[in-house]
Write a protein that binds this ligand. Structure first.
Ligand code: CUA
Length: 340
């Protein structure tokens, strides 16, 4: 009996057409919310330009080599043709040494120039400062100009202005990467690294940790929200305020569960007695784009599941399962969703 899908005779293997494979490969690099080839920021635009330059140089060199190879094979068939020693030496000197040297020197020079240009933001002085601390596996974000404003996994920036980002890590090495805005910068233990962001285009840009940092490295994502200056100012001022929502009866009960249970020992909600600093500041958790740094959507179902046992959503993360009584969980979720 022949196994299904085996290699025996009579089994037809479906091969994808080469054009289809190429299309799939190109689709992988051409779009989406996280692509270096869809640059929206001044830094990413520079690396995108560099990428295309290298790409077309490679295409030209490849075409040249293939043409010469074809020509050599064609000449060889005509058995009598022989290249004289002097001709061969000249050819190798020009095509194998001189031309590659010029190409590599030019590429190296342009690379150095762009590296230097990426060191400082347009206009040199940054109008906004942001501090980012990498944790396994989430991002803590501070706005030193409004010291009370602390968020997690979400960074707001004004458009048309340079933003300086200071990076440090609380544990292992991470890498801060917003493909559409800026190339990667590593977060190294015991060191403060700096990068910058600049974009003229309002929008949401997804960022990702780009240095393997353990089990949940893939779920160490964040969102950069670029918006007009007035909107940014309003947002950052609101973030700095203690939370004062008008709570329903259910949300009041949820708040009591939060403050009296184990939540408050690890999380801060400004304006309440919860002042833990182990996990993310939850003062505005209700308005965030995700929970668990991109691990799940921020809705009631996932939030409830996360509190009960976040290990089923993001195994290995620092938050243990919480013994919240079943009747209290909806109230707790309702309270957290009210924090905006
Ligand atoms: Cu942090 Cu990978």
């Amino acid at each position: 009996m022949r196994r299904r899908g085996g290699h025996g005779t009579g089994t037809r293997r479906v091969r994808p057409a080469p054009a289809l494979v190429l299309l799939l490969l190109l689709a992988g690099c051409s779009g989406g919310s996280q692509s270096t080839l869809h640059a929206s920021g001044a830094g990413a635009r520079r690396t995108e330009g560099l990428w295309w330059l290298f790409f077309w140089i490679s295409v030209a060199v490849f075409a040249e080599v293939m043409t010469l190879l074809g020509w050599a094979l064609w000449r060889r068939r005509r058995a009598t043709a022989r290249v004289r020693g002097g001709d061969a030496l000249g050819m190798v000197s020009v095509l194998g040494v001189a031309i590659p040297f010029v190409i590599l020197a030019v590429v190296y020079g342009i690379g150095l120039h762009d590296l230097n240009a990426l060191a400082s933001p347009p206009g040199k002085n940054a109008a906004v400062n942001i501090e980012v601390v990498g944790h396994r596996w989430w991002w803590e974000v501070h706005y030193p100009d409004q010291p009370a404003a602390v968020t997690a996994n979400e960074i707001h920036i004004p458009i048309g202005e340079s933003v300086r980002v200071r990076l440090r890590t609380a544990d292992v090495q991470h890498s801060f990467w917003v493909p559409n805005l800026m190339p990667k910068t590593d977060l190294i233990a015991g060191k403060v690294n700096e990068t910058w962001l600049y974009t003229d285009e309002a929008g949401n840009y997804r960022g990702q940790c780009a240095e393997y940092c353990g089990q949940q490295h893939a779920f160490m994502a964040f969102l950069v929200v670029a918006e007009p200056r007035a909107q940014f100012d309003a947002w950052v001022t609101a973030q700095a305020q203690p939370t004062t929502p008008t709570l329903t009866a259910a949300q009041q009960r949820g708040k009591a569960v939060f403050e009296q249970g184990s939540c408050a020992s690890c999380h801060t909600v400004r304006g309440t007695s919860a002042d833990g600093t182990v996990g993310p500041d939850l003062t505005t958790i209700g308005s965030r784009w995700s929970i668990g740094a991109g691990a799940a959507p921020n809705d009631a179902g996932h939030l409830g599941g996360w509190i009960a046992n976040s290990q089923t959503i993001k195994p290995g993360n620092a938050m243990p399962p919480q013994p919240v009584a079943a009747q209290d969980l909806p109230d707790l979720v309702a309270y957290l969703q009210s924090l905006k």
